[in-house]
Design a protein around this ligand. Sequence first.
Ligand SMILES: [Zn+2]
Length: 325
Amino acid sequence: MNHLDVQYINRIASLLDKFSVRRNNLYNFRCPYCGDSQKNKNKARGFLYQIKSDTAYKCHNCGKSTTFTRFLKDMNSNLYDEYIMERYKSGLTGKGSQTPDPKFEFDKPKFKVSIKLPKASTNPRASDYLKKRKINPANFYFAEKFKSFCNTLKPKCFTETKNDNPRIVIPLYNSEKELIGIQGRSLDSWVKPKYITIMISDSYEKVYGLDKIDRRLPIYVVEGPFDSTFINNSVALCGSDGNLRCLQGSDLIFVYDNEPRNKEIVDRIDRCISRGSKVVIWPNGIDDKDINDMVISGINIENVLSSNVYSGLQAKLKFNQWKKV
Ligand SMILES: [Zn+2]
């Protein structure tokens, strides 16, 4: 099996029920075409297997048999577009191959996905919530049924949409200003989790604000998208599993919440200092626990940030004075 196929199989694995690697070049999961057995949820009779240097699909329940290219197209059209572009670059498309040539569009980004939702400013609840936090509601969207909306962006994103709730939708773009994912903030305190992050492709890193930064200047890395709207040249990590490979080589300054009694946050700052990164250690006399609260209290946040950046031994010293656990 070629590397590209293996890579794309791994990228769609999360969309496939009961996905497993049987052995080299043999993948097994529930057939997405027939649903395998409706009665027996353990049946998995769909297989991706090697055929010459390519990959084919076969279901031993419904008999569906197709090329990997076609299978990918049926599973996720955005990944399919990427895949045929990759094959095209390697000369593996067109006559005599299983993959058609990509269709080139002019003056338009290739994998453009856009948010077809009303702005948060048009919904009274979403608008009120954001304005109270001094955030411009025109910069965000509103989904009455968040999970159903996600399914329009990414097939099978949520298999269960019965208990769907309204959420403010925060768009995540890459530096080419293409939509790479969204984050949904619940409007009701009893709806958990408070934030849900959905990436259009699993290969994208969960980072907000990549479209607005200048990579030649220092970049603040904060905990949430709303916080980052108050700080010039900043990004937000969406989720604690956030990765920042896409910003490698940039001058990063990490900013965590001002919660010196929160073990999880304290540990995160500790690790940040240990790996040699620059970090903001909040000065004495600030009681607010995050950037948004500080802004609401009237604190000049950019001044506080820029005068409290530390690294190395100095960071350790300031950190030990700040932490209370
Ligand atoms: Zn089938």
